[in-house]
Design a protein. Structure first.
Lengths: 280, 185
């Protein structure tokens, strides 16, 4: 019964053109020529069939997945250990902790309690932003600053990229400003344009906090060199916003550990923003 | 085999001419397979294009040049699967058979073909691929299993269920398609 049916199917399948269209061939080759090859390291196993059972059967890919998993675990553990170590042996930034912000820049600064002998003494200097209309007094090496080179589109949420950065490897400060399209309180602007910080491994105390558990931001009033602004503390981030001269200014201190639980870091941040002069 | 491996090696270094030389001899066959699986000339060409572009993009990760053809075949089946997914959103190509005066045999043949077509299009792509590779290309179960990266038992199963569905379609095709005697008043 089966054989005649198979013959019918075979005959029916043969009843189709066996030669391809030359235009289709040319179009295909043109599409290939317009495509860039991926580097070999991006394609560990080229014979990766689709579908989960087939992926399981592909040992090289599984190997890559295991390596990625092991690396992730190692980095997480190393990060937590480093965070513990840093909190135990050193303050977050080498500055005198001051509990409250002062309305004028502090003229002097006490050196860090135990400076490394190989490190040159930190010097105080004033940085003037080339794009964002403010100055700030900083301590350290002026060459460590990466001034912003591209202005930020004010109507989009800050993406963290187009700001100035100071000491990007450790705790670092980034700053940015934007013209306001209409007058609004600092907190309103902050809620609209400062992204909610993802709560993750930086929240060390109390274990790893998942992003889903992130509480809503609480913005508190804070002093910006005599101007009233708002400030938020979120795990690895301290964000401050002030409105002046029709512009909104955002200053953000971040680091690879829980800044908001660190009184020294908080004091340093308040000290920093108290030195901000906006250029109306 | 040496020339083949050399072309793969050159194509892996970004040589488009080598890649075209490599796939040129396979192109007609690839389109033929895709056309039989998809039953649509345009979709078949699109599937082959997708498969070849994918092959070119990922060629540098191919560790064994001798497996190029098998890999290409597998990419084509995947591309056909994608085409079937997309086909739900576009019109189906209908091929018009033209003949002046149909005899009873022609009508019966057309009815059979139509029933086969409908039954085949109702099959999953994996079953279609197994039928095409077996009954059109003449591959044995081991070769089909290697190409599709499934056990031989799976190939037999796909062939069995595919053929059963097509047999059922032929058995239940409309009687109205049988030729009727012509009465002249």
């Amino acid at each position: 019964v089966t054989e005649p049916l198979e013959r019918d199917i075979a005959a029916w399948l043969r009843n189709e053109p066996a030669v391809a269209n030359d235009m289709g061939r040319a179009r295909t080759y043109a599409a290939v020529r317009a495509t860039r090859q991926r580097p070999a390291w991006l394609v560990p196993v080229v014979e990766v069939p689709r579908g989960w059972p087939m992926i399981i059967g592909s040992l090289p890919l599984l190997g890559w997945l295991l390596v990625a998993f092991a690396l992730t675990v190692s980095l997480t553990v190393a990060g937590v250990l480093l965070s513990d170590l840093r909190e135990e042996i050193a303050p977050v930034v080498d500055a005198t902790p001051t509990a409250s912000a002062s309305p004028t820049p502090s003229p002097t600064r006490t050196p860090s309690p135990a400076p490394s002998p190989s490190r040159p003494p930190a010097e105080r200097f004033t940085f003037q932003s080339p794009l964002y209309h403010y100055t700030i007094e900083l301590v350290g090496n002026p060459a460590a600053i990466m001034p912003a080179t591209e202005a930020w589109g004010a109507l989009t949420r800050w993406d963290g990229l187009r700001g100035e950065f100071v000491d990007k490897l450790g705790p670092h400060l980034s700053a940015i400003s934007a013209d306001l399209t209409e007058e609004m309180p600092a907190e309103t602007w902050a809620r609209a344009f400062v992204p909610p910080r993802v709560v993750g491994t930086r929240c060390r105390k109390g274990g790893i906090v998942m992003a889903m558990d992130a509480p809503k931001s609480v913005w508190k009033e804070v002093d910006f060199n005599g101007r009233s602004g708002v400030m938020r503390e979120r795990c690895g981030f301290l964000d401050g916003v002030v409105i002046a001269g029709g512009r909104a200014y955002l200053f953000s201190l971040s680091g690879p550990f829980n800044l908001s639980a660190d009184s020294a870091a908080r004091a340093e941040f308040l000290d920093l923003i108290a030195t901000v002069e906006v250029m109306d | 085999v040496g020339v083949h491996a050399d072309l793969v090696a050159r194509a892996r270094r970004g040589d488009h001419d080598a890649f075209e030389a490599l796939v040129d001899s396979h192109y007609d066959r690839l389109v033929g397979i895709a056309r039989r699986i998809l039953r649509d000339a345009h979709a078949a060409e699109d599937a082959v294009q997708d498969a070849l572009v994918h092959a070119w993009r990922n060629l540098r990760g191919l560790r064994d040049p001798a497996r190029f053809e098998a890999w290409l075949g597998r990419l084509l089946i995947n591309a056909c699967r994608d085409q079937v997914r997309r086909a739900r959103r576009r019109p189906i190509e209908v091929r018009i058979e033209t003949f002046d005066r149909a005899t009873g045999d022609d009508q019966a043949r057309l009815a059979d073909r139509d029933a086969l077509e409908r039954a085949f299009l109702g099959l999953p792509v994996d079953q279609r691929a197994a039928l095409v590779l077996t009954h059109y290309l003449g591959y044995n179960a081991a070769e089909v299993a290697d190409l599709l990266n499934v056990p031989q038992g799976t190939v037999y199963s796909r062939l069995h269920y595919g053929a059963a569905a097509m047999r059922a379609a032929l058995v239940t095709r409309p009687v109205a398609s049988n030729p009727q005697p012509e009465h002249v008043q």
